[in-house]
Design a protein around this ligand. Sequence first.
Ligand SMILES: CC(=O)[C@@H](O)[C@H](O)COP(=O)(O)O
Length: 254
Amino acid sequence: MFKIGDKTLTSRLFLGTGKFGSNLEMEDAILASGSELVTVALKRIDLETETDAILSHLQHPNIHLLPNTSGARNVKEAVFAAQLAREALETNWLKLEIHPDPKYLMPDPIETLKATEELAKLGFFVLPYIHADPVLCKHLENAGTSAVMPLGSPIGSNKGLKTIDFLEIIIEQSNVPVIVDAGIGAPSDAAKAMEIGADAVLVNTAIAVAGNPKLMAEAFKEAVIAGRKAFEARIANQQNYAVASSPLTSFLYD
Ligand SMILES: CC(=O)[C@@H](O)[C@H](O)COP(=O)(O)O
């Protein structure tokens, strides 16, 4: 079990809700993943309809919603989206995403820092999506962030942990949970993130566009558990030369 903000969670796998073939397929995959925290883009929710199609598939006792501000291009838009989310979904948890560039969806570090400061003061538990920048992570901690969400590679790219050296520095220095988010393309990427000591991972595309999303969600669930166990068991050091697995005790004669 681990804690983020005011919640204690068991599953270290968080899921996104975009790109699934249908809401039913999404629901099946989420349930198979064992995830307790699921992010949903505020722009996808129909705030006018009382029973929004996507939300009705996310209403399960163990699943917490993490609204995100995907589409926001600056502090003003992100804070507006956050307040709408709090009102509509009755949660003060927020995945803060500010990415003005539609081609690479790179998070804007300056706007993200300013928005985190403002939203934390407004009582939000802010989980900002950021580049894997250790210095920015420290500034976010000072601004009152509840976690940091550094990217492995661009959203939806499935390229895995391209930023691994910087993720390791962030994990070493962080006083808040580190959730590796974006670009995780295969269960082995998720396992690797957990092996280096990430507190959790967030996965969307790799599960949603898999041939069998439910089965892939199960594979991610197992990979995250295995990676965490390996981290807790402490992985053996690498060596530059061969080291015999069995000491030489026989075949010796003078
Ligand atoms: C849904 C969500 O929050 C995504 O923006 C997130 O960053 C996941 O990225 P992938 O789709 O690459 O897993």
